[in-house]
Ligand binder design. Sequence first.
Ligand SMILES: Cc1cc2nc3c(=O)[nH]c(=O)nc-3n(C[C@H](O)[C@H](O)[C@H](O)COP(=O)(O)OP(=O)(O)OC[C@H]3O[C@@H](n4cnc5c(N)ncnc54)[C@H](O)[C@@H]3O)c2cc1C
Length: 383
Amino acid sequence: MNFDFDDTERAFQAAVRRYALERLLPDYARWDRGERLPRERVRELAELGLTGLLVSPDVGGVGGSYVQAGIAAEEIARGDHNMTFFIQLGAIAADLIGQYAQPALRDALLPRLASGEALVAFGLTEPGAGSDAASIRTRAERDDDGWVVSGEKASITLAGNADYAVVFARMGDGGARGIGALVVPLDAPGVSRQVYDAMGGKLAERGSLFFDAVRVPHDHQLGEPGRGFAQAMEAFDYNRAIIALACLGTAQQSLDETMAYARQRETFGKPLARHAGYAFQVAEHATHLASARLLAYQTLWLKDQGRPHTREAAMAKYLAPKAATEAIRACIVLNGWMGYDNSLPHAQRLRDVLGLEIGDGTPEIMKGVVARELFGREFVAYR
Ligand SMILES: Cc1cc2nc3c(=O)[nH]c(=O)nc-3n(C[C@H](O)[C@H](O)[C@H](O)COP(=O)(O)OP(=O)(O)OC[C@H]3O[C@@H](n4cnc5c(N)ncnc54)[C@H](O)[C@@H]3O)c2cc1C
């Protein structure tokens, strides 16, 4: 057993952490106040190799590992939790398009994803189908020229600023086996967008994508028409661990900042860190974050080995956002009145991390997946 990163991973971790703390952290509150993220910022991530981490080198990517994608999310989150969406969605797009697109689409789109020029959203959720994603209603009808897509995708990260979306649509009968995936250019006639007024994660411009008889060429189909649901679940399995690390990096940064405060702030004649009632709270949260972190990296390591990881991914996705929100909430109180002030980043971090307790599967659905993996599919707990 080896719990250590190798030299390349350590150097990568240090470089990404430096960028996050020096470049992202000072601007974290700007996007929360409603300023739109300039595209140059995404191109900076691309220069660090973060948007094309899982894109193959023959089309301009890094060809990195899933563990590296986790390191990137954990470290970027220290500076700006929401910038990890570009890593998460970059990884999913690289995987789905890299594996399932026809060569012409793959060769045209992936270099642009890696260079930060193209943003690709993931469109599964609908107003009437979230946890029960197999019941989506968006339809893709086939004719001689291609597919005609109609429906609404809801709560889509980057809805306001993406250039393409992988859209999961009903191509056949009801249930999971009737779902297929298409790459839809979001400048196509018939596409419209609505960005939500969310409590956090504003940089991500999450919202609805509307498709009114949108024409999509045949060659924008990803794999077989009935494979869409399985493709979405494959992506969820490792992205849940990347999300876990994004939440943990965010919380760890709050905890580190709180520890720096606790070393120098004195009450009753000694530093806060020397009051057991204070230090033990930090110890408890540090322990919870560390346990969830091991589970998340184990998941990504299993994925890199080509081994099953559904159970570990769901465990990590259940545990990490919970541990992170509890730790950040505690940091607000551990910083006294200043913790409650927006001049410190803890309150924004709490609002941001809460979103990922829901995104990619709620805690109840995660526990349902873990229970299903433990007891077997015939005992599935969420149907
Ligand atoms: C920050 C964020 C980013 C997101 N990004 C994307 C994205 O990029 N693409 C995308 O497609 N979607 C995205 N989503 C949507 C997300 O995946 C869904 O919100 C999520 O799967 C839950 O679906 P729902 O909101 O429809 O809730 P529902 O399915 O309606 O559930 C509502 C509540 O009921 C509980 N519940 C549901 N079923 C059961 C059950 N069987 N037993 C017990 N409790 C149950 C749930 O846990 C939840 O608390 C995002 C959401 C958020 C918040």
